[in-house]
Design a protein around this ligand. Sequence first.
Ligand SMILES: [Zn+2]
Length: 288
Amino acid sequence: MSAQTIQVGAYALSFISDGYFYLDAGTMFCRIPKTVWSRFVAVDEENRMKLALNCLLIQYKGRNILVNAGIGEKFSEKFKKIYKIERQENIILSLEKAGITPEDVDFVIFTHLHLDHCGAATRLENRKSQPVFPNARYIIQKEEWESALNPNELTRGSYLADNILPLKDRLILIDNSMNLAQMGFAEIRLIKTKAHSEGHQIVEITDNNKKVVYVSDLIPTSKHVHLPYIMAWDIDPVGVINKKKELLSKFAEEDYTVLWEHDVEYGYGKIGFENGKYFAKDLVPKLT
Ligand SMILES: [Zn+2]
């Protein structure tokens, strides 16, 4: 259990790191000009910003659920250079630190199937992509699975067959928002947001005392709480803004703890609202 474990009743939540990668910072802020975002984001000589790959481990009654599975290592040298992938920390080492072997993972929830959210769930063995978690079942929105198998010219680069096809016999495809009571996890609720991708979902873990949400690419870092700060990767930009509005108002009113997948500085925080603007507050530094 890491120093950053958050408890929701009997659920223990901790970050599992798959390292870091870099994306062109312009693509992380869509229409916002560099003169604005460069005030709060540092970039390298290629205009890239560093992003964390924070997966979430949920432990409950001896069962282990992983939310997202990082970027992995099935890449050519050219690809690794473009995305400047740094995996000194990685999902296997990070799970090991938490006392978990790949065999111990019972479920993997994917918020969506973009390559930086599912890549480490498979690895190459004799040049063939194979599942890393042999006993896991994979919970995904049906619409996400289908769009990942049928990408268009804009989305093709984000959905890699080697990340997705090896998992096809162990899927639990769901349709719309639902809690996981059927699997014995009544306090975990998946909320289908769409907008970032066809079947993007976020993960809430709540009880009467505490509410936690893993927002994935709907709000990739604490810097993206401000409504117009969205990514060029969103397939439906206006949809993302509307969904952020709806959910941020709930997160602020009901005092949610918001966990960020890609933030290099902060692991989690709360949401404030003042003068018509949402902002991140009570930020806790990322330790992993
Ligand atoms: Zn994404």
